[in-house]
Write a protein that binds this ligand. Sequence first.
Ligand code: SF4
Length: 331
Amino acid sequence: MLNQDHIALSIRNLRTWFHTDQGIARAVDDVSFDVPTGKTLAVVGESGCGKSVTALSILRLVPTPPGRIEGGEILFGGQDLLELPLGEMRAIRGNDISMIFQEPMTSMNPVFRVGGQIMAAIRLHRGLSKDEARREAIALLDRVGIPAPELRVNDYPHHMSGGMLQRVMIALALACGPKVLIADEPTTALDVTIQAQILDLLKTLQKDTGMAIMLITHDLGVVAEVADEVVVMYAGKKVEQAPVNRLFAAPRHPYTQGLFASLPATQQPGARLHTIDGNVPAATDFPRGCRFHPRCPKAMARCRDEEPPFRILEERHGTACWLHAEGGMAP
Ligand code: SF4
């Protein structure tokens, strides 16, 4: 879909399954997409669609067992991360590819000062002296908008608000100048004003550094704010992909259309809030055929038996739905 020179990270036919007592949960099942350099790719879907497992798979942080990456490739800098020895993978994590989470405390140690944690990351990956690392940590805190960084560098995490901590986590993630930043619901726990500030900060940092961002979210408002390209996932599958403007102007998959219809802004005053009927199926029990068929208002007979292939409909816009399979091109 994109010129190879402009791709920071390429996920090819990724399959990550969990082997549970209830059966095999095909959390990510043959998913492919590229994260473009200097751009933001949003991965959207309801909880349980496989978006976070995709992110953990990229960093090889899927808990094993019960999880296992069954197949596919994750191409970064000309190598397949799934083939790397664990030691080399550790060097890539936090250095070339960083991740921030919804809950900053999952990445921070509550008993150490925030500055010390940033300095530890800088020294581990960049071999700077203690003084140099401290100066760098203060500069990073300043860059992510922490006021009086030379004082706040001595704070413990519990001294900071949720928004401040999220900024610290971004500083931590940026400590080694990553080429790719994976942000998993980075603003979900924050109030709307702080959320907007954090999204602005990510955009500014991306402009300054040229890093690629893979943003995982269930929130189409966040997507509209920051994404260049969007992947929509449902039940472990990529069901639609498009540049953000095109997706918002003309979503093609009935699931994507359902997501947009359930946005409050598209409701008439006083109208009942539209939601997609039914529930996301359990990953151990995905239906045959199109996994969305039990909830799809446009389902046809073949949808119950045959899985729709992903097809490109127009430049960089594709979907996996029998309504659009004719005339579409294989990726
Ligand atoms: Fe609906 Fe069929 Fe398209 Fe699936 S393939 S989204 S069931 S119309």
